[in-house]
Design a protein. Structure first.
Length: 135
């Protein structure tokens, strides 16, 4: 029987005894602040201990930075880099509730976008109807 962590067996950031924290697969927009300045990235997965990001020009191994994503701010050290991906090790554990909230956001983004569009359409219809009846 395969373990649910088999997808990460080739991911060095989570090797060497770092498997005690669950990882969430996300692929959501994030930002990193590096010495050279801020940069956009994709947060591919995250745990309380670290994350994997993708960006066109990843920072080098041992670079320090700050990850920003939906309320999470985590100081990190880059511990590996392969092409357009890098593994981050957080200086402190990220709060589990913040990590879980990212999963909820990812799972519900489509529903939230649809609801927002519905509200905007209802507001527009209400304004349009109100505008016509005022004439």
């Amino acid at each position: 029987m395969q373990s649910s962590n088999d997808d990460y067996d080739d991911d060095p950031v989570f090797m060497a005894g770092r498997r005690s924290f669950s990882r969430l697969r996300l692929s959501i927009p994030a930002r990193v602040d590096l010495i050279c300045g801020p940069a956009k990235c994709s947060l591919e997965n995250i745990s309380a201990r670290g994350a994997r990001i993708a960006m066109p020009e990843c920072p080098p191994v041992n670079a320090l930075g700050l990850l920003h994503c939906n309320g999470i701010e985590a100081c990190f050290t880059v511990i590996w880099r392969m092409g357009d991906r890098a593994g981050l090790l957080f200086d402190r554990l990220a709060p589990q509730e913040a990590v879980v909230s990212l999963r909820w956001l990812t799972d519900n983004t489509s529903k939230l976008e649809i609801e927002q569009l519905r509200r905007e359409a209802m507001d527009w219809v209400g304004l349009a109807a109100g505008g016509r009846s005022a004439h």
